[in-house]
Write a protein that binds this ligand. Structure first.
Ligand SMILES: Cc1cc2nc3c(=O)[nH]c(=O)nc-3n(C[C@H](O)[C@H](O)[C@H](O)COP(=O)(O)OP(=O)(O)OC[C@H]3O[C@@H](n4cnc5c(N)ncnc54)[C@H](O)[C@@H]3O)c2cc1C
Length: 164
């Protein structure tokens, strides 16, 4: 599987990012760690002409405001979220959640912002066309959802299991 062609831009500030998004509109996508976006591009689910990389933007350290709010930069890697003493103290469940994502490599590449903006992860959607055994779901222009209710991964669907 290969990535389709795209232009990669690497702005160094949020202002530059905003300007680029304004300029390219829907032809552009933001990319942080790329652990979600690049596989989707390989599957042909999304094909942006331009990628606006966020890795050149300085990441702010977590802060706690006077009224006790925890502020985290969307560009923090999940590994940094998981090992931050401030997160551990203020939001221990977030630390547990970040620690449980994927593998060590995914946690080092993947960011908090990317995790919040993830596309659906469902075996009937996140596939190449070769593995499209089922009729297209809503997200592929069809008229059904193959994910059973309450199971976002859909792996437990008897239908999917049967067809795999
Ligand atoms: C093998 C594997 C295992 C995984 N396991 C898990 C898991 O257990 N749990 C889980 O939750 N996820 C999992 N993921 C999904 C994903 O990799 C992570 O959730 C990761 O945090 C995504 O972050 P990213 O920076 O790589 O996102 P990217 O791929 O860079 O971006 C994802 C989306 O978010 C948008 N985006 C990124 N950053 C920003 C921003 N700052 N502002 C606005 N939009 C933004 C992008 O445009 C894109 O649409 C897994 C992925 C893989 C490949």
């Amino acid at each position: 599987m290969h990535l389709p062609k795209f232009e990669y831009l690497h702005p160094a500030s949020v202002e530059e990012v905003t300007q680029l998004l304004k300029e390219y509109g829907l032809r552009a996508r933001l990319v942080a760690g790329g652990t979600d976006l690049f596989p989707r591009m390989k599957y042909g689910l999304v094909c942006p002409e331009v990628l606006v990389g966020l890795k050149g933007i300085p990441v702010k350290a977590p802060t706690v405001t006077q009224n006790g709010e925890l502020h985290l930069d969307a560009l923090m890697s999940l590994a940094d979220v998981a090992r931050s003493p401030v997160v551990l103290e203020r939001a221990p469940l977030l630390k547990t959640a970040a620690s449980s994502v994927g593998s060590n490599q995914i946690r080092h590449m993947g960011t908090l912002g990317g995790n919040l903006c993830l596309e659906n992860r469902c075996p009937s959607y996140n596939q190449t066309h070769t593995f499209q055994f089922m009729e297209p779901c809503f997200k592929r222009g069809g008229d059904r959802c193959s994910c059973p209710r309450g199971r976002s991964a859909g792996l437990h669907s008897p239908r999917i299991r049967h067809q795999l």
